[in-house]
Design a protein. Structure first.
Length: 226
């Protein structure tokens, strides 16, 4: 019998992104606490660029999964043209307005990160997060984000971020991970040499002894390989 983690959508990509001098390892997992869940993610690649998109549909109201799916689709449609943190912020504002007028969509978080060999930038809305985890540091890229209003209200307040380089492992995750475990335990798991192993450990941090999860879960790990 396969473990719960193995039964879920999981992918590890260790191939070259762009040229041989810009190698990235990427690992991802999505797990639903029940049913199909409301967490969504996408990973796009263009030459030396990797773009990570995550959305977590707001629970407790209708249209959460529809909002997350629409946000991912709209972000994906313009992601390749993003060249700055300001571009990312503008994109999330546009997506907010588009989701707000969609009658089937509710509300969602959204985090997008653009990773290049020489820099990193992005923006976020809500309580999903993006960190750079180093050997002894945690850089919370989304530390200044505004949790509410969510994307889909027409009034969300995206906050952008930028760094000169990704000098560690990029973690992008929904609150199904970040809310239910400590920074220290998450950083310890992310620091594992194998990203596959790191994913298993991260899910294990929040899984109950019964095997259930407290919330839907979406995680992306991205690490440059020299």
């Amino acid at each position: 019998m396969r473990s719960g983690a193995q039964e879920q959508r999981r992918q590890t990509l260790g191939e070259s992104v762009g040229s041989a001098c810009a190698m990235f390892q990427i690992a991802q997992i999505v797990q639903a606490a029940q049913g199909t869940g409301q967490d969504r993610l996408a990973i796009l690649r263009d030459g030396e660029k990797v773009i990570v998109l995550i959305a977590d549909g707001a629970g407790g109201r209708s249209g959460g999964s529809e909002a997350a799916e629409l946000a991912i689709r709209l972000m994906s449609g313009r992601a390749m043209s993003l060249t700055s943190a300001a571009d990312c912020e503008r994109l999330l504002r546009d997506v907010d307005r588009a989701v707000a007028i969609d009658t089937a969509a509710g509300e969602t978080t959204a985090t997008l990160v653009v990773v290049n060999p020489t820099n990193l930038f992005g923006a976020s809305v809500g309580d999903s997060g993006a960190w750079i985890v180093g050997s002894a540091t945690i850089d919370e890229l989304t530390g200044n984000q505004v949790p509410k209003p969510f994307l889909g209200t027409g009034a969300s307040m995206p906050v952008s971020f930028a760094r000169s380089a990704c000098s560690g492992t990029l973690l992008v995750a929904t609150d199904g991970l970040l809310k239910y475990s400590s920074r220290e335990m998450i950083a310890n798991a992310v620091g594992k040499e194998s990203l596959d192993e790191a994913l298993v450990l991260l899910v294990g941090l929040v899984r109950y002894p019964s095997g259930a999860l407290p919330d839907d879960l979406a995680i992306v790990l991205c690490r440059r390989v020299p």
